[in-house]
Write a protein that binds this ligand. Structure first.
Ligand code: HEM
Length: 157
């Protein structure tokens, strides 16, 4: 189980369906990105991490209140921001990334509960903006940026 808020309500992680659901979501999202004529390029780099999908799943799960598997692998938010930084104007890729994520929620069978879907959409809109803030070629990524935590009310920290 993920960390539940004090109200006893399940975490967003649990509402999505736990680790297997995040893995299915990351797989579906990656499939969508590879099928997109623009996103396909960055995701076809040969030096991409061989466990990209698993790492993406672990990252999203941790942000939503699941186990801290991504942090335990030695990576952190600074690493994620750094991976995406300095690419110049990529706002269009950000919009496409969000669209792939929303379509992947259906592909992966994430519950259609409107509150859950709104929460996940708000997260991804925020996350895309967070990543795009570092796209200028002279952007400086802060050291040791804390992992974001996303709850039912939005950004927790
Ligand atoms: C603007 C659209 C985006 C593009 C084009 C993009 C592209 C990429 C690429 C090409 C990689 C593989 C990097 C590598 O292994 O060398 C990657 C990794 C990753 N991305 Fe994105 N990304 C985007 C947005 C996001 C957003 C919004 C998030 C967070 C919600 C995110 C989270 C991650 C994570 C967690 C990894 C894996 C990091 C690791 O292996 O440690 N990305 N992304």
């Amino acid at each position: 189980m993920g960390a539940a808020p004090s109200s006893g309500r399940p975490s967003v992680f649990d509402a999505v369906g736990g680790e297997q659901a995040f893995l299915a979501l990351a797989r579906a999202h990656h499939r969508r990105c590879l099928a997109d004529p623009e996103l396909e390029h960055p995701f076809s780099k040969l030096d991409q991490h061989p466990q990209h999908v698993e790492r993406l799943a672990a990252y999203w799960a941790e942000v939503m209140g699941g186990p801290p598997r991504y942090s335990r692998s030695g990576a952190d938010q600074s690493h994620v921001l750094w991976l995406h930084s300095g690419n110049g104007e990529i706002d269009d890729l950000g919009r496409r990334f969000l669209a792939c994520f929303l379509a992947a929620l259906d592909d992966a069978g994430v519950p259609a509960d409107p509150e859950l879907r709104a929460c996940l959409r708000a997260y991804m809109e925020w996350a895309v903006a967070d990543v795009l803030a570092y796209s200028p070629t002279d952007a400086v990524v802060p050291d040791a940026a804390p992992m974001p935590r996303w709850g039912w009310e939005g950004l927790v920290r």
